[in-house]
Design a protein. Structure first.
Ligand SMILES: [Zn+2]
Length: 325
């Protein structure tokens, strides 16, 4: 007889703007922790005492699954691995979590070159780079032990499989039980905020930047084909109205794209100029997020033929084509 899996969210504080993060404890034939919070003293001690409430320590886990490489989810992965617990992530996570030096340098030069092309002043670009370096210190480098393929069964949790759900992060995975309609979704779908499709470098030495908002929208369309009774998100409370929320997110993308298209009515603009116009209060403080948001929606408009890009002196200017959709 296999045991039905009990799902226990554990909420931990983070030092980031996003606020608290949810890890999930799964108790079935196996004991599994999904995500581990940021690497801070406060978060570590709350995670340890939360596990203790269920009579558990890190050593008692059969496996540890990390939804994606962002430090608010992956922060204590290395510490848990050091107790001999196997760490599972998608293959796409490896260069990010192992913090391979060549990959880190490639990532940084990718962002600096792209920011230049987007018309971001170099002083602001450098500040974002320093913020990225600081952000990465909230997780220690590690190498996952097991790289499950999408569709693989989650061992010890009858009915659960791994899903590949990229867009918010290139390595994003979710756990799904079709029979119960349960999604343990990390940041793929959040109840209170739209999940940002962050700008990411292409794989090493490849020229094409992944179009992360388009990837994310594909993931959302895929989720619409699934029976989703209940979603356990990485931030905020568990919720039941997933299909409505997905349709709202897709609709909001279209609205934002329309607003950008409108800003391009009179003249071509750079990404940075669009950031300042669309998010006048936010763009300096949260430039990386704002650039991702703007570029994602420009990618969407470009995929529909509604904007085109001209390169002038190595700077990209986005122009409205007038194609109506
Ligand atoms: Zn997160």
């Amino acid at each position: 007889m296999t045991k039905k899996t009990t799902i226990i969210p554990i909420t931990l504080p983070t030092p980031f703007d996003v606020g608290p993060v949810n890890c999930v404890l799964l108790k079935g034939d196996a004991v599994t922790l999904v995500d581990s919070g940021a690497k801070t003293e406060e978060s570590r001690s709350i995670l340890i005492s939360s596990l203790k409430e269920y009579g558990l320590t890190f050593k008692d886990l059969d496996q540890y699954i990390c939804t994606h490489y962002h430090p608010d989810h992956a922060g204590l992965s290395k510490e848990i691995q050091d107790f001999g617990i196997p760490v599972l992530m998608l293959q796409e996570a490896v260069p990010y979590v192992s913090v391979d030096r060549e990959f880190t340098e490639w990532t940084e030069s990718f962002y600096m070159n792209l920011y230049d092309a987007f018309g971001v002043p170099s002083s602001l670009g450098r500040i974002e780079l320093l913020k990225l370096r600081k952000y990465r210190t909230f997780s220690n480098p590690f190498t996952p032990d097991i790289l499950p393929a999408p569709g693989d069964a989650v061992s010890g949790h009858d009915g659960f499989v791994f899903l590949k759900t990229p867009g918010h992060a290139p390595d994003h995975l979710s756990l799904y039980s079709e029979g119960e309609g349960i999604l343990i979704g990390g940041d793929v779908l959040l109840p209170h905020i739209s999940s940002n499709a962050l700008l990411e470098p292409p794989s090493m030495h490849r020229a094409d930047r992944p179009k992360t908002l388009l990837q994310y929208r594909e993931t959302l369309q895929y989720l619409l084909t699934l029976n989703l009774e209940k979603v356990y998100p990485g931030h905020g409370e568990a919720f039941t109205n997933a299909h409505d929320l997905i349709r709202k997110r897709l609709h909001d993308h279209n609205d934002r794209a329309k607003a950008l298209e409108h800003l391009l009515s009179d003249q071509p603009l750079t990404v940075f100029e669009l950031c300042a116009r669309l998010f006048p209060k936010l763009y300096e403080k949260q430039l990386a997020l704002v650039v991702s948001e703007v570029v994602g929606h420009l990618d969407l408009l470009e995929s529909e033929g509604r904007v085109s890009v001209d390169e002038k002196k190595e700077t990209f200017y986005y122009r409205r084509t007038g194609v109506v959709r």
